[in-house]
Design a protein around this ligand. Sequence first.
Ligand code: PXG
Length: 459
Amino acid sequence: MTYQNYSLKQLQQIDAAHHLHPFTDHKELREAGARVITHANGPFIYDSEGTELLDGMAGLWCVSIGYGRDELAEAAYAQMKELPYYNSFFKCSTPTPVLLSKKLAEIAPRNVNQVFYGSSGSEANDTALRLVRHYWVLEGKPEKNRVISRKMAYHGSTIAGTSLGGMDAMHKQLNGAVPNIVHVMMPYAYELALPGESDHDFGLRAAKSVEDAILEAGADKVAAFIGEPVMGAGGVKIPPASYWPEVQRICRKYDVLLMLDEVITGYGRTGEWFAAQTFDIEADTITTAKALTSGYQPLSALLVGDRIASTLVEKGGEFNHGYTYSGHPVACAVALKNLEIIEQEGLIDRVRNDTGPYFAKALQERIAVHDLVGEVRSIGLMGAIEIVKDKATKERFLPAGSAAVKVRDHAIANGMMLRATGDTMILSPPLIWTRDTIDMACERIGKALDLAQADLRTR
Ligand code: PXG
């Protein structure tokens, strides 16, 4: 590759001149210059200066089997030579999406047996929204078109994704969302539980906000509820055990479809193939992407439950929706190999029985004790660290988010890539992490917390 002929400074200048980045303040970026990641191996990424960083975010919640896996490169190469592309429109198909669909039907919850492909989680959620609304039209209830979501949910960045999501900053810039989507409270006990309210009771109260929204609109107007089993980008918010069973009960009671967004939780992150299995949720649609290919190719799979799929098939008529790259042969070949590796290496069992519990214990014993930490929580290999000024009162540093950014910057300077969202540090490591990698991460995060604390004291 020819980038080696460019200096870091030149790459940064060209980047600033021509490249608009996602979720970026471009004025700020142009002053600082981008960190240029040039290569990666196993759990480590390397920048153009040769700095090695332990990747605590698996790229962006996706590189589950780690970097530098020749098997995936070879699967892509072989497929590109044989058939780089053909569409799945007009009664055509190609072998790899066929076989991937079979595999996904095998590993998905029992009521889920059909797959619709796209290239990103956002696209898959767009498909999901269109599909549930189309379902109710086919069922003769076109007025049943409202979708209930949650504040702080992240469902992608297209117009449908942003509208389904509950991020205020994104809605402001949308300046006009897809109609008939409402947002209820999130199941985030750390900040929203009332004094003395148990986790159990809080979970029921958060679920009741879904019922209240259904009753307010009228059940005959509500198509579906959508939620991430564990809210990811919004800060790894793990609901109390009482939450999902109650949401499920409410959806059944009012005949409201249940849409799960497993773009982050899918393919092993919570210690089962899907968080639907971890939380025992029966969903009508499951949105997946990211770890489906470990990020080696862009691919999303909307898993569609039997209820919707059978109506679609039985009632007939064309579903007027699809993408050029739906069922892309190369992306599907890479996904098949990726799932095979996850299985062969027993990565999901390892998360459930070994690294997940070890990660939870390490965070509790080594990170939660720090003065700057209000709470740690984790499920499988996704975790959060709440940064506070005062552990007892949960008071935060001002301005909001500034302390977490300090922790992040010190972490990066100490060889640990992790992310801050608001005042929450997020961890979502590759599933190949071992106990040793977890130890290394905790040591580096601990150091970052100490250094941030020293800064904050002198401020
Ligand atoms: N749903 C969920 C739950 C996601 O986390 C999407 C949909 C959209 O997927 P695409 O492939 O269209 O990006 C996501 C994506 C972050 C971050 O900062 C998280 C995501 C994307 C970008 C940044 O944590 N998740």
